[in-house]
Each structure stands twice: as structure tokens, then as C-alpha cells.
Write a protein that binds this ligand. Structure first.
Ligand code: LLP
Length: 416
């Protein structure tokens, strides 16, 4: 799944750096990203010669390391954010605030105030009370807040229920049937400037059809709004494009963009088009390196106990995600079945079940496709120090986040 991973002299390399060499230099657990793979993923979302502007808003929650944000900022990305912290990170990484959209169902007064003061591009509004709150705060600050309403199109994204967001029983967005009246209400509020419309139906979508269903519903709505005199500048079709972890065959970004553009042309729309991809920009640019501490054969299973835990990478524990695991040293011994598990005191602390691998204690395993929703979901559970992060660029390496220090674990705490 990682395009820049290859085998040389019985060792895995990311671009031109040996993973075993990285382990010697930086230790484990270690997140490693490939700059060339990031570039490939970014390029896949470019659609030159389109008949309009297309803004690619990188969904920061997928991987919010400052260097990763800087990489996308330097290439002209917009950013989809969901908290004050994410907005601040994007600005810290050098992007301009007017390239930020702010999503999420629970925006606080503090967050809305901060976003308005910074001058963000658009609020993706998820409820009527939020609309009123943004109007109040903007009026108080003497500003007009650019808004888009997130519509819940009530389509089944056909993905894991925890990452499916476009059904009416989900907490996200404004009911499709209430959208017209919500826009009429927004138009009556002087603190708001109607900028667009958006949806996001779920994540790791491997099929275009839910996208296109949702898109058609949205276009019908946009027509009705225009008939009422509400004109929008942009249409934001959200994120969600899946990636290959194992054998999935998600559509290419270019295909999604082409179909969306065609849909817009068919109905005669001239709107700016926006997307909010997260996973598809970073997942297959990253991996997690972890050391095999012990091999533990038991009556029922062979366990390989590694030094990364569910606190470092929670996707298997939380979503039963399948992530590929490989040995960074190619061994010729016969492979046997292993469960790859971490040191955390929970039975959900596993990375893989029944994988055929040839492993010796002390080897390094790489958990692939760990560029998205991996480090950003890490915690300090069990008072573990979160991993360091390294970016590989050809044969160079850059430490882009140091491992948590012991002091950083309790730096905000106080004895009585
Ligand atoms: N826009 C909105 C409003 C979102 O809620 C999300 C993701 C995205 C864009 C980006 O979606 P993407 O292109 O990455 O699919 N932790 C889960 C994924 C949670 C996704 C949440 N929302 C996982 O590890 O699979």
C-alpha cells in the first residue's frame, strides 16, 4: 500500500532510507512518513485545466504534525479543521487563515470567536442553534461570518458504522428536509454571509455511488435555494475517499473529481468545488515501526509482543481495522502464524491476528498505511510516551516530532 516502500539487500527501505537504520537512529515505536508518497497523494488530487477553482481542504485530523501541514500549505492546500487547536496548528504551520474551513457539531463560543478573529474562510455549520450562535458572536465583533450549511443527505456510505456520518440517525449536519428553511433563516441574520453548502457522508468509502447519490440530492437542493434567491459561491463535497489497506479498490481522486465536475456541468452550476480529503492524502505515506520484545508461544496462539501499543495506534482496537504488518528484515525461515500484540493491559491491545510471518525476537515490524488517524489518535494511556515522528526525503531524514519526554507526561500536573 505504500508506493515508496521497497526491499534492498534483505531490508525494507522507505525511499532511500533503510528502516532498520532509522530504528538505530531514533528508536521505536517510531512513525515514519515518506515525502515522495505525500507528494504522489497530493498530485492525485490535482485536476489541472478544470473549468473552475477546486479547493482541496486537507482534513487536519488525519495527521496534524506541523511539518505535514506545512508540506500541504506550501502546495496551496486549504484545510478542514474541527477545533481551535487545529486552526491554531494550521496557522502555526504557515498557512493563511482564509484557507481554513471549520467543521464539527460542537463549536464553542471560544472557538467561534477565535475563528472569527483569525478570519477563516468558512464555518461549516451543523445545526440551527450553531447558526444563531455564530450570528450573535459575529455581530458582537462587528464582523460577518462566512457560512456553509452541512447537509445530512441521508445516504448510506457503506463503511464502518463508527465512521459513517451521512445517515439521518447520525449526529452530523442539518436534515436534508429542513435545509431550505435553515438557509432562509441564515439569510435573515445580518451577522452571516452565506458562502456555500457542504456534506461529508463518511470515511474510507471504496465506492463512488454513495458520493454520487449524495451529490445529486445536494444539487437538487441548490436549485431550490437559487429559486428562492439564495446563491452560493461554493459546493463542498467533503472527504471520505478510501485507500487500500489490504485489497480494497477505491476510486481514484481524479475519477471522483471528474464525476463531480460533470455533475455540476450537467445542471449548469458554476460554483467553486471543494473537497475535504484526509486519509487519502496521508494514510499510505506513513508506517509505524515497532520492536519485537518477546515471542510468546502458548497453547492457543503464537504471540509477538511488540513495543507499540493501542495507545500509539488505536485503529485495530477501535474499528477492527486490518493493517498490513511486515518484517523490516526479510527472513528466509518458514513463516508461522502470529498475533501481533502490544504491552498495554487490555485484551483489545492488538495490531493483527493470525498473520504469517518469519520473526526473530528483536526484529522490527512495520505496520503499514499508518499515516492517517494514527499518531493523531495516540494517547498516553498506561503513561506511555507517544512515538517520535520522522519524515524521509530521498536519503535524508528529518525528525518532525520528538518522542514524549517523561517530563512532558506530567508537565501540566501539580502535586497537592
Ligand atoms: N470532513 C469531515 C467533516 C470529516 O468529519 C472528516 C473525517 C473528513 C472531512 C476527512 O475524511 P477522510 O477523507 O479522512 O475520510 N478515525 C477514523 C476516521 C474518522 C474520520 C472522521 N471524519 C479512522 O481511523 O478510520
Amino acid at each position: 500500500p505504500i508506493p515508496t516502500l521497497s526491499e534492498k539487500n534483505n531490508e525494507l527501505h522507505l525511499e532511500n532510507v533503510s528502516l532498520n537504520h532509522l530504528v538505530k537512529e531514533y528508536g521505536t515505536p517510531l512513525y515514519v512518513y515518506s515525502k515522495a508518497a505525500l507528494q504522489q497523494a497530493w498530485d492525485a488530487w490535482q485536476h489541472p485545466n478544470a473549468d473552475r477553482n477546486i479547493h482541496i481542504c486537507y482534513a487536519v485530523k488525519a495527521n496534524s504534525n506541523l511539518a505535514i501541514l506545512q508540506f500541504f500549505a506550501q502546495r496551496g492546500a486549504y484545510f478542514d479543521t474541527v477545533s481551535k487547536g487545529e486552526i491554531a496548528r494550521v496557522i502555526k504551520a504557515g498557512a493563511s487563515a482564509d484557507r481554513i474551513v471549520f467543521s464539527g457539531v460542537g463549536k464553542t463560543v471560544e472557538e467561534i470567536t477565535y475563528a472569527l478573529e483569525q478570519g477563516i474562510h468558512c464555518f461549516n455549520v451543523e445545526s440551527l442553534p450553531e447558526l444563531d450562535r455564530i450570528h450573535d458572536i459575529a455581530t458582537h465583533l462587528g464582523k460577518r461570518a462566512p457560512i456553509s450549511l452541512r447537509i445530512n443527505p441521508d445516504v448510506d456510505a457503506q463503511t464502518h458504522p463508527y465512521i459513517s456520518t451521512g445517515l439521518k440517525e447520525n449526529k452530523f449536519g442539518i436534515d436534508h428536509n429542513l435545509a431550505e428553511s435553515a438557509y432562509m433563516h441564515a439569510a435573515s441574520l445580518s451577522g452571516l454571509k452565506i458562502a456555500g453548502i457542504d456534506y461529508h457522508i463518511g470515511s474510507q468509502l471504496t465506492n463512488l455511488s454513495p458520493y454520487l447519490d449524495a451529490q445529486n440530492r445536494l444539487f437538487n437542493l441548490v436549485k431550490k435555494l437559487a429559486a428562492r434567491g439564495i446563491e452560493l459561491e461554493h459546493i463542498d463535497l467533503g472527504g471520505g475517499l478510501g485507500v487500500r489497506y489490504k485489497d480494497e479498490t477505491p476510486p481514484a481522486a481524479s475519477e471522483l473529481i471528474a464525476q463531480s465536475l460533470q455533475g455540476l456541468r450537467d445542471v449548469g452550476f458554476k460554483h467553486t468545488l471543494m473537497f475535504e480529503p484526509g486519509r487519502s492524502l496521508v494514510a499510505n505515506a506513513g508506517l509505524l515501526l515497532t520492536n519485537v520484545e518477546y515471542l510468546k508461544p502458548t497453547e492457543a496462539k503464537n504471540f509477538a509482543i511488540v513495543d507499540a501499543g493501542m495507545n500509539d495506534l488505536i485503529r485495530p482496537a477501535l474499528y477492527q481495522s486490518w493493517m498490513q504488518v511486515v518484517n523490516t528484515t526479510v527472513r528466509n525461515e518458514p513463516a508461522i502464524n502470529y498475533d501481533i500484540v502490544g504491552p498495554v493491559c487490555e485484551s483489545s491491545d492488538w495490531f493483527a491476528h493470525d498473520r504469517e510471518l518469519a520473526i526473530a525476537a528483536g526484529d522490527t515490524l512495520a505496520i503499514l498505511s499508518a499515516g492517517a488517524y494514527s499518531m493523531t489518535m495516540a494517547s498516553n494511556y498506561n503513561t506511555r510516551q507517544r512515538p517520535a515522528e520522522v519524515l524521509v526525503d530521498n536519503q535524508e531524514t528529518h525528525l518532525i516530532r520528538q518522542r514524549d519526554t517523561l517530563n512532558s507526561l506530567w508537565g501540566n500536573e501539580q502535586l497537592l
